[in-house]
Design a protein around this ligand. Structure first.
Ligand code: FES
Length: 178
């Protein structure tokens, strides 16, 4: 894990520690605590489970059990480019599952996970409301309609090119200022 990510995680844990002071140890507080963490940080880092367990004085396995019971909780941080592949009916009948598999293969992660560099996260979603464009993938806020397994690589390449262009632009601005 690189240093920036380590520092981010440490800051998240510190924030959770601060927030926990507002919650008592009553079991009824457990779900609100998990919701608070997810709302503030978009996911439940592994160490947050331990921290919550310590605060509530219950086993980590119990906290984890509750968190995994509800599918509202994420255990991986959102990537800078969150990718959602629609597997609603209209997309599913147009081979959206093969598109999802292709993303998994090209990114080297499974659905529900985030790449180690946190550039990409991948998840399946139900209908995103534009079935006429099925099959659909959503990257960030952008909808990509009429997707096909063969378009996955090109889409990822475009994201990479945009990222490099943005980095170059930032570098240029920095050099101009100095
Ligand atoms: S089923 Fe995919 S957009 Fe509706």
């Amino acid at each position: 894990m690189d240093e920036t990510i380590q520092a981010q995680e440490a800051a998240i844990l510190e924030d959770i520690g601060e927030q926990l002071k507002d919650y008592d140890q009553n079991r009824g507080s457990l779900i609100p605590i998990l919701q608070m963490i997810q709302q503030r940080h978009q996911y439940l880092p592994p160490d947050s489970i331990r921290k919550v367990a310590e605060h509530m004085e219950i086993p980590s396995s119990e906290v984890y059990g509750v968190a995994t019971f509800y599918n509202q909780f994420r255990f991986h941080p959102p990537g800078k480019n969150p990718i959602k592949v629609c597997l609603g009916t209209a997309c599913h009948v147009r081979a959206a599952d093969v598109i999802l598999e292709n993303f998994e293969r090209k990114l080297g992660i499974k659905e529900g996970q985030t790449s180690d560099d946190r550039e990409f996260s991948l998840e399946r979603v139900a209908c995103v409301g534009c079935c006429a464009l099925a099959p659909v993938a959503v990257v960030g806020e952008t909808i990509h309609g009429h997707m096909a397994p063969s378009k996955v690589e090109g889409l990822l390449m475009r994201i990479q090119i945009h990222k490099e262009m943005a980095e170059r632009e930032k570098e240029k601005e920095k050099n101009e200022q100095s």
